[in-house]
Design a protein around this ligand. Structure first.
Ligand code: CP
Length: 296
């Protein structure tokens, strides 16, 4: 027998009663406990973060559902708030979001599902910071970064990666220098602020190059790509000058030849591939925590 439900006319009154009775008797949360679902809801482009979460879920045997904003009712004017509450009501165990604006804590507190921020506007990108810090600790050893000098290079004003990293790396006791063009500079009372490579005093233990957030600049930075690279880009020569043990991080995606000489990705002291590898492991751990204790 095949089911064909095209209209209410296809159902008798007893079909409806039987269906409702069956549903009432199984409408318990336990029914879903053996098949957890992660939902990704990305309103901005992403390669690493979305696929890293998907890979992590696949490795854990967790089903993933991707929300596609371009074919959703957001195209018909449905608000972000309505959309997120609707996704939550569908019953995922964990939702991963990426938004061009800052997430509202009040909205997130209304959700039944766990939520992990995969980047919200210029605000934060906590899982990127966690995988970056883990990668640094794996390289240096130990439980903190006490005594390590880390340079965060580039658009600190608009970078959510920088904002989360500054919080986490300071917590791990690193000494942080922010080297940015004045128009793209973020002020932080606990970081050294620099605006020129000449001001940097080595040796440096790690340099974290930021992506230029072209989609958010809107005329803030007047420099051409060539001028930016010549004044603030990480060339091989500048990387060598940071010290013989300095390691390189970049969250990706790279603007090759703008903030970095892309050939540095393959440098023996580049940790960029390890960052991506550790991203999957970090996100596996976070998803597991969401599904088990519900605490981080
Ligand atoms: N690092 C990072 O967030 O990359 P994606 O934009 O590709 O996710």
């Amino acid at each position: 027998m095949k089911v064909q439900l095209l209209s209410i006319d296809d159902l008798t009154k007893s079909d409806v009663s039987r269906l409702f009775f069956a549903l009432r008797s199984t409408k318990r949360k336990q029914v879903f406990e053996n098949c957890p679902v992660m939902m990704t809801c990305f309103l901005e482009p992403s390669t690493r973060t979305r696929l890293s979460f998907e890979m992590a879920a696949s490795r854990l045997g967790i089903k993933t559902i991707n929300f596609d904003a371009s074919s959703s009712s957001m195209k018909k004017g449905e608000s972000w708030r309505e959309t997120l509450l609707t996704l939550d009501a569908l019953g995922p165990d964990v939702i991963i979001t990426r938004t061009p604006f800052q997430l509202e804590a009040e909205l997130v507190s209304q959700l039944k599902a766990s939520l992990i921020n995969g980047g919200d506007g210029t605000n934060e990108h906590p899982t990127q910071a966690l995988l970056d810090a883990f990668t640094l600790l794996e390289h240096f050893g130990g439980d903190d970064l006490n005594g390590k000098r880390i340079v965060i290079l580039g658009d600190t004003a608009h970078s959510r990666v920088a904002h989360s990293n500054i919080k986490l790396l300071l917590r791990l006791k690193a000494h942080i220098s922010l080297l940015s063009p004045p128009s793209l500079s973020m002020k932080h009372p606990d970081c050294e602020m620099l605006s020129d490579f000449g001001e940097l005093r080595g040796p440096i233990d790690a340099v974290m190059v930021l992506r230029i957030q072209k989609e958010r600049l809107m005329g803030v930075c007047e420099m051409s790509d060539e001028e930016y690279f010549s004044r603030y880009g990480l060339s091989r020569k500048r990387f060598d000058a940071l010290g013989a043990h300095c390691v390189l991080l970049h969250p990706g995606p790279m603007n090759a030849g703008v903030e970095i000489d892309a050939s540095l990705r393959e440098h023996p002291r580049s940790l960029i591939v390890q960052q991506v590898e550790n991203g999957v492991l970090m996100r596996m751990k976070l998803i597991e925590q969401c599904l088990s204790t519900g605490e981080l």
